[in-house]
Write a protein that binds this ligand. Structure first.
Ligand code: G6P
Length: 619
């Protein structure tokens, strides 16, 4: 065993890391030590395949063997040990479900986090997806069903891509690998009509774990009807568990062999990015370089979003110097690629101010979420991003309904309804929930054009309800370009002006209260039942407190107004946690709201209220 950051790391990981076509941009000296590399110099050019793909002569590469084990090894003197996790170890497939995604640990080396997303598991999941799809979609006579696969910058991407390809090919499907890609591009590939790129594909898989740490990975699945939901994922996992049980070394070898002959690679991101460029040009009256004169910096957090600077902004005429962390690096050495993360937002704000840029744009790892920063360093994030997008969408579709998640502010409702003349439908947390709700509203005759979360997920009706952080930013670019063309404004002032009048609370916090699932107070019940009991008790207390008023319409948890602010206590979508959001005009008022919650939950002994205790004491 070698050592990474003081923790044991197994040779499997080192071997994979060294064999793949990866570059270490990492500044992590202990990793380099673990890899047996004494100087960072030889690692130059050891880079994840973004540039490789874009440098393709033709957009289609010849059929390739995809077994990375055959590739040249780079400077690495770590022994290629065998995995300590047997490929066929017993695996609880259902533990891999995370709402409508699959998430697991794909890289060994972090204490207490054993690998449960092995290559064999990934192969079984791919075969499960294939079986699920084949039941819903008949291959036509001329061709087999085809699936696109893309991945973000994670270090386990290549091995999982190979494993998934084996599973799909073994199930009789064709595979087209896109390499480094964004989640929205993968959905888009189910809609694109271009046979020379093997599009539209019948299904698509994105390998990503969004902003989670480097050792995790996961999958998102798409068909042309959108992202698969919870029930579909459960169904796929049931099938996968059965398939996995029947795996043998011989069957796995066969699928590896078959993959060598049937896997294609295409540079699909070229189509996706040129569509984004075309959308901005069209909105600007078919001007070739509508962003000429704008200086826009991008922060991709070393995820998959680096393309936005060179492949979208620059062709549109923008200057992008000062953009940062565009190179993929699955160790995310600079900051967590997550617009909800304070450090990440600080980093892009600093870049905007230092470069005197007009706008800053930041993406999460797989580019389904984004946020922006204006030239004064003011963030368009959370409620402000929703307000900005609502202003843009409501100009185009007066009166439309904006569907948001549950933790949006009261000030946002007032802004959307009083200032913009729209309707705010505050629904549940979860991007799939808000998108599905907007689609449902349209189907019953209530027009809605935007579904958006405070997390930075957002989808527009005009863009097939595709949850796309890059497309959200395209809408901002359109606004910049049209304001410039009409001479009304240059720089990001046009955007800042659009959110003028949005009331923002002085205090806004989210505290996450954990439920100890092993606590005797659960009396053998589930954490969900326990959480529901906490919420019921809180609701009863609120009903008898004259300072507090329950929100008349609410779809999730207990939302209450009082002391000039509000709080929402709800169950997390995924974790044994009750997130508590509080917004108030002063610290004192926020504490009063916090104390009201604390009084109601204090006798639930399995609930860890330490974050709330600290909040009410400190403020
Ligand atoms: O319920 P929580 O634990 O706060 O998590 C809720 C969040 O989970 C994931 O990150 C989803 O991608 C988001 O759409 C959702 O809002």
């Amino acid at each position: 065993m070698a050592v990474i950051s003081g923790k044991p790391i197994q040779n499997t990981f080192l071997a994979q890391y060294c064999q793949g076509n990866w570059q270490s941009n990492t500044k992590n000296p202990s990793l380099l030590f673990a890899l047996g590399i004494r100087s960072t110099q030889p690692l130059q050019g050891w880079k994840l395949a973004w540039t490789d793909m874009s440098a393709m002569q033709s957009h289609i590469l010849p059929t390739t063997g995809i077994n990375l084990r055959k590739r040249t090894s780079f400077m690495c003197n770590a022994a290629q040990g065998t995995s300590t996790v047997s490929s066929f170890e017993k695996v609880d497939f259902f533990k891999l479900q995370n709402g409508s995604d699959i998430r697991g640990v794909a890289v060994a080396g972090v204490e207490g986090e054993p690998v449960n997303l092995t290559e064999a598991v990934a192969e079984a999941i791919a075969a499960g997806f294939a079986a699920w799809l084949l039941e819903r979609k008949e291959p036509n006579e001329s061709r087999r069903l085809r699936i696109s696969i893309g991945h973000d910058s994670r270090i386990s991407a290549q091995k999982l891509q190979d494993a998934i390809s084996h599973g799909l090919v073994g199930a009789g499907l064709d595979v087209i690998q896109y390499g480094l890609a964004s989640t929205p591009a993968m959905f888009n590939s189910t809609l694109t009509e271009d046979e020379s790129y093997f599009c539209p594909v019948d299904g698509s898989i994105m390998i990503t774990a969004s902003h989670l740490p480097y050792n995790r990975n996961g999958f998102k699945f798409f068909t042309n009807a959108g992202g698969l939901g919870k029930a579909d994922i459960k169904n796929i996992l049931e099938r996968s568990a059965n398939i996995y049980e029947k795996f043998s070394d011989a069957s796995m070898k066969e699928s590896i062999q078959a993959s060598k002959e049937t896997v294609n690679k295409v540079d699909y991101m070229a189509i996706y990015t040129s569509d984004l460029v075309a959308a901005v040009r069209k909105a600007a009256g078919n001007k070739e370089k509508p962003l000429e004169g704008f200086h826009i910096v991008v922060d991709a957090g070393n995820g998959a979003g680096g393309f936005f600077a060179g492949k979208v902004l620059e062709p549109l005429g923008a200057i992008t110097t000062g953009s940062q962390f565009l190179d993929p690096d699955g160790f995310f050495p600079n900051h967590i690629p997550n617009p909800e993360d304070k450090v990440a937002m600080k980093a892009i704000t600093k870049a905007v101010l230092e470069n005197k840029a007009d706008l800053g744009i930041i993406f999460d790892t797989d580019v389904d979420r984004s946020a922006a920063v204006d030239s004064n360093g003011q963030e368009f994030n959370r409620n402000r991003l929703i307000a900005l997008m609502s202003a843009i969408v409501l100009e185009e579709h007066p009166g439309t309904t904006i569907v948001t998640d549950s933790v949006t502010s009261d000030g946002l409702t007032t802004f959307i309804e009083k200032k913009l003349g729209g309707k705010h439908h505050r629904f549940k947390r979860g991007y799939k929930n808000v998108i599905d709700e907007a689609i449902r509203l349209n189907s019953i005759g209530e027009e809605s054009h935007l579904a958006i979360e405070t997390s930075g997920h957002g989808a527009l009706k005009e863009n097939h309800w595709l949850d796309d952080g890059a497309y959200l930013m395209v809408k901002l670019l359109n606004k910049l370009a049209s304001a410039k063309a009409s001479g009304s404004s240059s720089g990001s002032k046009v955007l800042t002006d659009l959110v003028e009048g949005l009331e923002e609370p002085a205090v806004a916090v989210e505290l996450r209260l954990k439920i100890d699932q092993n606590h005797s107070d659960l009396k053998g019940g589930s954490f969900r039942d326990y959480g529901e009991a906490v919420l019921k008790h809180l609701e009863n207390r609120v009903n008898s407190d004259t300072n507090l008023k329950k929100a008349p319409i609410n779809y999730e948890g207990v939302r209450v107004s009082g002391y000039g602010g509000w709080f929402l206590l709800r169950l997390s979508l995924h974790d044994p946690v009750l997130p508590l959001n509080i917004e108030a005009p002063t610290n004192e008022d926020a504490v009063k709201l916090g104390l009201a919650v604390l009084a109601a939950v204090k006798e639930f002994f399995a609930l860890d209220t330490s974050a709330l205790d600290k909040f009410v004491q400190q403020s």
